[in-house]
Design a protein around this ligand. Structure first.
Ligand SMILES: [Zn+2]
Length: 269
């Protein structure tokens, strides 16, 4: 039996060829999560949430791990994180100019990814391919490279109606009934939908299709989400990890990122 404790934070991913591995940092320990496959683990909520930005204790988590103060003032929780087209950093308007210089005003990629279904998304160039793994994508292709977050967001908005922009977590964690999309063909369709002034951002010669394989021994069929606010103890045999979800043998799944900032004890058989 091994025991760890600390505040939950998004797992880090590594890639070797197409194989995904995960590590979870609790206090100063980097825990290799793939080693826990087929083992009984338990996560026990310690009834304390610390803001992932300032570290202060907060009764409630806002925007996946922030205290209210940081949620309303920190650049990491600004509107443009979820709505890239709303980013105003290129106009000199942001919560923190230094932060937006190094985040919003950097090259961004618009991509198509298969994670549950086919979707369009935006990420900073330096976040490729980690962002795709965080979403549990099985495949992805780059569509466009834009000089900043705003332009990438405008391109994404053009494509949202045809491709959707959300990940269906149930489909993502069950890996079931997802058509084998031909991403090259889908990219062609997407490019045709763009108005001419946005076509210049298309990456027409970079058509690599990225593929990812997740450490999963058994897929859940009818998954239910664990919720530390309602049930402070999550127990089970770890059968897989995909995206930011731990998949348990008894059909429940736990979204690690959703509980960012929650203090837990992690015990492994
Ligand atoms: Zn805070």
């Amino acid at each position: 039996m091994k025991e760890y404790q600390g505040n939950l934070i998004k797992m880090n991913s590594g890639l070797k060829n197409n194989q995904v591995s995960y590590s979870l940092k609790l206090e100063d320990e980097d825990i290799e999560m793939n080693h826990f496959l087929d083992k009984s683990i338990s996560l026990v909520y310690q009834n304390r949430i610390n803001c992932i930005n300032c570290g202060k204790e907060t009764k409630k988590s806002f925007g996946q791990g922030f205290c209210y103060q940081c949620f309303t003032t920190a650049p990491q929780a600004d509107e443009c994180v979820l709505r890239p087209d709303k980013c105003k950093a290129h106009l000199g308007i942001s919560r923190d100019v230094a932060w937006s210089d190094s985040h919003c005003l950097q090259p961004h990629i618009v991509y198509l990814a298969v994670s549950g279904g086919l979707k369009v998304g935006v990420t900073r160039l330096s976040q490729v391919p980690a962002r795709w793994v965080d979403q549990g994508a099985t495949k992805a292709i780059k569509l466009c490279e834009a000089p900043n977050r705003h332009i990438a967001g405008v391109i994404e908005k053009y494509l949202m109606q045809s491709f959707g922009d959300k990940t269906n977590w149930k489909k993502m964690v069950t890996n079931g009934n997802v058509p084998d999309f031909d991403l090259m063909a889908e990219k062609k369709k997407a490019v045709e939908l763009l108005p001419s002034e946005l076509k210049r951002y298309v990456l027409s010669s970079d058509n690599e299709v990225f593929e990812f394989e997740y450490p999963v021994l058994k897929w859940p069929e009818k998954p239910q989400q664990e919720n530390l606010d309602k049930n402070p103890e999550v127990n089970g045999v770890l059968k897989g990890i995909k995206g930011q979800y731990l998949l348990f043998g008894h059909q429940t799944v736990f979204n690690v990122r959703r509980f960012s900032g929650y203090a837990v004890k992690l015990k492994v058989e």
